[in-house]
Design a protein around this ligand. Structure first.
Ligand SMILES: Cc1cc2nc3c(=O)[nH]c(=O)nc-3n(C[C@H](O)[C@H](O)[C@H](O)COP(=O)(O)OP(=O)(O)OC[C@H]3O[C@@H](n4cnc5c(N)ncnc54)[C@H](O)[C@@H]3O)c2cc1C
Length: 436
């Protein structure tokens, strides 16, 4: 039975969140707009403002909702999380206020699943309390996120692992207490068994930030959060490998799926905010003697945006439902992979389309930094690249379906009308007689 209703008790929580995010988190966006600040634990003014808000979230039982009870969170499940993340997605600061900021969310999952009890105490617990932030260090400057091109390597020397190589777009490494680093440990092994995952505390000798690369929306090209990092023969104890040797790929997959769908959930909220702005502007501004909303091309933009968002939201909710079914043991492991890929691809396109239309409807005001739209539009291609480029996900999705496809049995496709008609006439030879 398909049911789109929300229980009243949970709706009350969503209502609380909606009000809180608009009143408090969006206010933080205005007071502390710099993109990296939510991750900068040394930024005293924002941290002072943040703490009491986080306490309110905890008091509501809404802290770290992405984690199940076995991993230290309340465990609402993915469908409810989707509804919550839609609200959280409205604000840049809200994920930090609610203890669900990427990449800490995924990194916390990895530590909870693969860390030793001591590592959990040292890294996971303070991460969960947001006393520290973390970094996921996988992409390499020469080979992007294609594991087949990775050259950052690690080898064993005595009772230590030694890591050498470069990574970039290691988001927030400059603020992080530790990085989760994926490095090649067996170059001869098949691709999925070639790499291993390590915890590298950022105060380890040999950890070096070459540059703090900035992206669109950040002011200073040298003061961004996408760090280019060099691991200069960094040494970590043997048990700082997460999972077994060669399991880096498997460990990384444990976080990437969740990360992608959480981004998609938050994107629904961002797009809804763009539509709200679009609608307000359309009924506020006149041109050629009529409201903007009375012009058909503006109406088309609004309608297309509403339809695209509704389609995307349904896709995200269905994907969330599939993940919950897997968790409950009613669907096999991996059943959500294609749907997560669909959400990943659709996310950037829907966001770019809707944000772009909202900006266009606002004209010069839209492209100015007096509105949040131009800055938001800069994030469009970031969504398309982070966690793997759109094209790679499109290709993977198509190949997954192509693998299941069956070649036509004869010269013509199975939908070839003359062939099918001949079959039908074999079954009902007299059907086309006596037309009148
Ligand atoms: C804001 C942001 C934050 C990020 N944070 C992190 C992070 O915290 N940690 C981390 O490790 N990485 C991070 N990344 C990096 C991200 O994972 C990579 O940008 C992404 O995986 C693609 O790598 P690339 O940018 O080198 O692009 P490339 O791999 O060079 O791809 C460029 C283009 O080539 C084409 N292409 C590439 N591969 C294929 C293929 N297989 N089939 C068809 N076409 C293809 C596509 O058109 C693609 O867009 C982040 C990126 C961004 C933008």
């Amino acid at each position: 039975m398909i049911d789109f209703s929300v229980e009243p008790e949970f709706q009350a929580k969503l209502d609380w969140m909606d009000n809180f995010v608009r009143e408090e988190c969006e206010t933080m966006d205005l007071l502390f707009p710099e993109m990296g600040t939510p991750y900068d634990t040394s930024h005293r003014p924002s941290r002072n403002h943040l703490k009491p808000l986080q306490e309110q979230v905890k008091a509501q039982g809404l802290w770290a909702c992405h984690l199940g009870p076995n991993l230290g969170g309340p465990g609402y499940g993915q469908v409810k999380l989707a509804l919550m993340n839609e609200i959280i997605g409205r604000s840049n600061w809200a994920p930090t206020v609610f203890g669900t900021a990427a990449p800490d969310t995924g990194n916390a999952e990895i530590l909870a699943l693969f860390g030793t009890p001591e590592q959990k105490q040292k890294y996971l617990d303070p991460l969960m309390r947001q006393e520290i932030v973390s970094c996921f260090s996988m992409t390499e400057p020469q080979g992007g996120a294609d594991p087949g091109e990775f050259v950052c390597k690690a080898w064993r020397e005595g009772d230590e692992w030694v890591i050498e190589g470069e990574k970039w777009f290691s988001s927030n490494a400059r603020y992080a207490a530790f990085c989760l680093v994926i490095a090649v440990t067996d170059p001869e092994a098949k691709l999925t068994e070639r790499m291993s995952m390590f915890i590298v505390p950022t105060d380890t000798p040999g950890f070096e930030i070459i540059r703090n690369v900035a992206i669109a929306g950040e002011g200073d090209p040298e003061d961004g959060a996408q760090c280019h990092v060099r691991y200069n023969k960094v040494r970590v104890p043997l048990d700082y490998m997460l999972g077994n040797p060669g399991e880096g790929f498997k460990v990384a997959q444990a976080r990437l799926g969740g990360g992608r769908i959480h981004h998609a959930m938050r994107t629904v909220g961002k797009c809804q905010r763009f539509i709200d702005m679009m609608l307000e502007r359309a009924v506020s501004r006149r041109t050629k003697g009529r409201m903007l909303g009375d012009h058909q091309l503006v109406q088309a933009k609004i309608a297309d945006s509403i339809i695209e968002l509704e389609q995307f939201r349904c896709m995200v909710l269905k994907t969330a439902w599939i993940i919950d079914e897997i968790e409950a043991g009613r669907m096999p492991h991996g059943a959500s992979r294609n749907h997560i890929g669909m959400c990943k691809v659709a996310m950037a396109n829907v966001y770019g389309n809707i944000c772009g239309r909202a900006l266009e409807i606002h004209g010069s005001l839209g492209i100015s930094l007096d509105m949040p739209l131009a800055q938001a539009f800069g994030g469009y291609m970031s969504l398309a690249f982070a966690d793997g480029p759109t094209d790679v996900h499109r290709s993977q999705l198509a190949r997954a379906y192509l693998r299941k496809a069956t070649p036509a049995p004869g010269m013509f496709p199975t939908e070839h009308i003359p062939t099918r008609l001949a079959e039908a006439l074999k079954r009902y030879p007299n059907a086309r007689e006596n037309w009148s």
